[in-house]
Design a protein around this ligand. Structure first.
Ligand code: AMP
Length: 212
């Protein structure tokens, strides 16, 4: 079995886009942001609890997200790409102790200058039908408002937390919490870095090299 990959990167660093491509290599993509948004869409009790927190760009509490993650994955069956978890050192330690203690794991840091990310994120759009990710300036759909992948019309949505004000908060939270996580995986000799400022295909080739 391939190792589980833990993608560490700021909002807008390309984690979701690259993770979707790695699925073709036999990994299963699991995004805690997606799991939480699904709860909001369902209108569940959990969804109602986290909706305001996510709209502000703050973090949901560690135990809640860990429980949701555990309920949605089986680490002995498939190799996962963990996208959006861990977000801080407490989550990294929990993930290790409660899910991955017996598993081979590699953390991949998507390194990028945070200054360029606000612009990237405010231009991000996601197909509400199939989840394909676009950027209105660097990767627009071939026909405006139509998803290249599934053909859905008018389905390209901006996430509520992809506004300039909220993304600033999300980037600050990331900047304040990333170093201890990098040190954690480095101490286990389980950390590689990728230059995430490169074009999508170049980043993907670099990723392919580190996972082989
Ligand atoms: P993402 O899709 O990864 O950008 O996550 C969107 C939002 O979901 C974040 O801004 C948080 O509010 C929440 N979230 C996702 N993953 C986590 C996590 N591991 N811990 C706490 N909150 C999370």
């Amino acid at each position: 079995m391939k190792p589980h990959l833990i993608i560490l990167g700021a909002p807008g660093s390309g984690k979701g886009t690259q993770a979707a491509r790695l699925v073709e290599k036999g990994f299963t993509h699991i995004s805690t942001g997606d799991l939480l948004r699904r709860e909001i869409a369902k209108g569940s009790e959990l969804g109602q609890k986290v909706s305001g927190i996510m709209t502000r760009g703050d973090l949901v509490d560690d135990n809640t997200v860990m429980a949701l993650l555990k309920a949605n994955c089986d680490v002995d069956k498939v190799s996962y790409i963990f996208d959006g978890f861990p977000r801080n050192i407490a989550q990294a330690e929990m993930l290790q102790a409660e899910l991955l203690s017996e598993s081979k794991t590699l953390a991949v840091y998507f390194k990028i200058d945070l200054g360029i990310l606000i612009n990237r994120v405010v231009n991000r759009r996601t197909c509400g039908n199939c989840g394909e990710i676009y950027n209105l300036t660097t990767k627009p759909p071939r026909v405006a408002e139509v998803c290249d992948k599934c053909g859905a019309h008018g389905a390209l949505k901006q996430r509520k937390d992809d506004t300039e004000e909220v993304i600033s908060n999300r980037l600050k939270i990331f900047a304040d919490s990333v170093d201890p996580m990098l040190a954690f995986y480095k101490s286990k000799s389980a950390l590689v870095e990728i230059d995430a400022s490169m074009p999508e295909n170049v980043v993907f080739s670099a990723l392919e090299k580190v996972i082989c």
